[in-house]
Write a new protein. Structure first.
Length: 588
């Protein structure tokens, strides 16, 4: 079983830079070789220079030490440059890989991972891997190589003292191995607590206006403090583990150093085979080993932290999108689509085939050019039903067809060229007004963007801005009102020129008069487009060709306004509760 398999996998993904990785490790080995030659020259200075009184021997060995140190430094610097380039390149590659995978997620996949958690995985987790890769490339092979070479040189030059290493190295290895095992779980727990913290931050900062409106600052601060304290506790645990274990390494190293001086000194005094120069060289080799163990005690926690992060990234990379294209999608030309939508015994559950159904046994036909409205109480299944058409979720029973073709037999790209949607949650992107409206069709010319804005009754307020369609849109569109954002979202859906257009309660923030103008403009501009409208208020659906009344995920009534006023007591109740005694003419 490989050590740190998740981290090795993440490094392996960035294959195009493996050559740099190999070259960097060659530099590590060369730097180590020249570094290990220095203690031998120290021995030469003492034995052949100082003891023999040969100044030339001292000078020659000193110059060689300087040369070896310089060459070792050059190779170390080259390794450092490649380590940084490889680590930054791998981090960049992983960010791109994970981001593209998240872009492939279906709505169901996205439901499983809050935004804050995804942000942590794509930033903090990748940063942890970046740091671990740099440290591994700089120190991991170097430490192991220098320890092995030092032991070999000591065994060749001072075999009577080599037994001391048999005490130091296994003891240090056991401590570091136990540390890695303990830290891996603790770092994973820390990252999970960081996820919770970022989820709360994302919620609170996005909804700060709601928090202030309801004077809930103290409550949210208390909630934040609780999670923040949990992050602090989870962060302290691995630090405490390191703090307890690192001193034990120092104790072992101190005892081992004393043993070297004691047993080496005794051997010299007793006239053994070891001389002063060899003892000094032995001490330097021993110091190199101690230094590498110390470096490993610093590097190992970072690598262990990165292993937990790499496992979390691997989890995202391994997720298979819930919605997949068929192996051989039916070729389609959006311009030839008429837009006939048919629901045939459609049922759906967010929990899967055996879960509680949110939509049950829906049979419905929307003819090309018709406006079909969906009405019902909150939670009746209106948004869920229309989200099945562009395959944001897949049905669990039955089928949905467009012009007789099952939507599951189409590629998602072609399907969503046919089906445009103004989502229930209005989302604008930082950029320009024109850029937001043409978001789904970047090639749209200015006249087409303006035409879509006119149809959405947005051209008036956009033209009143000095910059017009080049006006800046702040993050999440906070510099526009709710009604303005909704109208730009509607214009964005219209600009795509879809054959089927879905309004998912997308006029809830505009007044009835504005809504009426939008409906009239759409009837004129998109008279051949099938329009599916989800609504909470009954004034939105009065002019629809057909109205679907939903209750508990089931279709309880279907027909025009006039037909439902006659046939559906529930529809009449909704009409009376919302509009009272108003005549239909009063709404126009």
């Amino acid at each position: 079983m490989a050590f740190f398999p998740a981290l090795l996998r993440m490094m392996g993904i960035y294959r195009k830079a493996w050559k740099s990785l190999v070259i960097s490790q060659v530099f590590v080995l060369l730097a180590g070789i020249f570094l290990m030659l220095i203690p031998a020259q120290v021995s030469e200075i003492i034995n052949n220079g100082i003891v023999e009184g040969d100044l030339n021997a001292v000078l020659d060995s000193a110059l060689l030490m300087i040369l070896f140190a310089f060459i070792s430094g050059i190779f170390t610097m080259l390794n450092l440059v490649l380590a940084v380039l490889f680590a930054e390149g791998s981090a960049n590659f992983l960010r791109t890989r994970v981001y593209r995978r998240v872009q492939q997620f279906s709505f169901k996949n996205l439901d499983q991972y809050p935004t804050g958690e995804l942000m942590v995985r794509m930033t903090n987790d990748i940063y942890q891997i970046n740091q671990a890769v740099q440290l591994s490339m700089r120190f991991l092979l170097a430490a192991g190589f220098q320890i092995i070479v030092a032991v070999i040189l000591v065994w060749l030059n001072s075999p009577s003292l080599v037994w001391i290493f048999l005490f130091v190295i296994p003891a240090g290895g056991l401590i570091l191995g136990g540390l890695a095992y303990l830290l891996q779980k603790q770092y994973k727990a820390r990252q999970e607590k960081t996820d919770d913290l970022n989820n709360i931050l994302q919620e609170d900062l996005a909804g700060i206006r709601v928090v202030k409106s309801f004077v809930r600052e103290k409550y949210e601060s208390k909630r934040f403090d609780g999670v923040n304290e949990a992050v602090k506790a989870a962060s302290i645990r691995p630090l405490r583990s390191v703090a307890l274990i690192i001193p034990s390494i120092f104790v072992i190293l101190g005892v081992a150093t004393a043993m070297v001086i004691w047993f080496g000194g005794v051997e010299i005094i007793d006239g053994g085979t070891t001389n002063v120069g060899e003892l000094i060289a032995f001490s330097q080799y021993f110091f190199i080993i101690l230094a590498q163990l110390w470096i490993l005690s610093i590097v190992l926690p970072q690598i262990t932290s990165a292993e937990a992060s790499a496992a979390r990234l691997g989890e995202l990379i391994d997720i298979q999108p819930d919605i997949k294209d068929p192996l051989s999608p039916i070729p389609m030309d959006p311009s030839n689509i008429e837009g006939r939508v048919v629901f045939e015994n459609v049922s759906f559950s967010y929990e899967g085939i055996n879960g509680r159904e949110s939509i049950s046994n829906i049979n419905l036909v929307a003819e090309p050019g018709q406006t079909v409205a969906f009405l019902g109480a909150t939670g009746a299944g209106k948004s869920t039903l229309v989200n099945l058409i562009p395959r944001f979720y897949d049905i669990t029973e039955g089928r949905i067809t467009i012009d007789g073709i099952d939507v599951r037999d189409m590629s998602q790209e072609r399907l969503r060229e046919i089906v445009g949607i103004a989502l229930q949650e209005t989302v604008l992107f930082s950029g320009t007004v024109g850029g937001n409206i043409s978001f789904g069709r970047p090639e749209a010319i200015y006249d087409e963007v303006q035409e879509a804005a006119r149809a959405a009754d947005a051209d008036g307020f956009i033209s009143a801005i000095p910059e017009g369609y080049d006006a800046r849109v702040a993050r999440r569109g906070t510099n526009f009102s709710g009604g303005q954002k909704q109208r730009m979202s509607i214009a964005r859906a219209i600009a795509v020129k879809p054959r089927i257009l879905i309004f998912d309660d997308s006029t809830s923030a505009v007044d009835v008069a504005t809504e009426t103008r939008i409906q009239a403009a759409l009837d004129e501009l998109l008279k051949d487009t099938t329009k599916l409208v989800v609504a909470q208020r009954i004034s939105t659906v009065l002019n629809a060709d057909k109205i679907v009344l939903l209750d508990g995920g089931k279709m309880v009534a279907f027909g025009s306004h006039a037909e439902l006023m006659t046939s559906s007591p529930l529809y009449r109740e909704i009409f009376e509760s919302q509009l009272g005694g108003l005549r239909r003419d009063d709404l126009t």
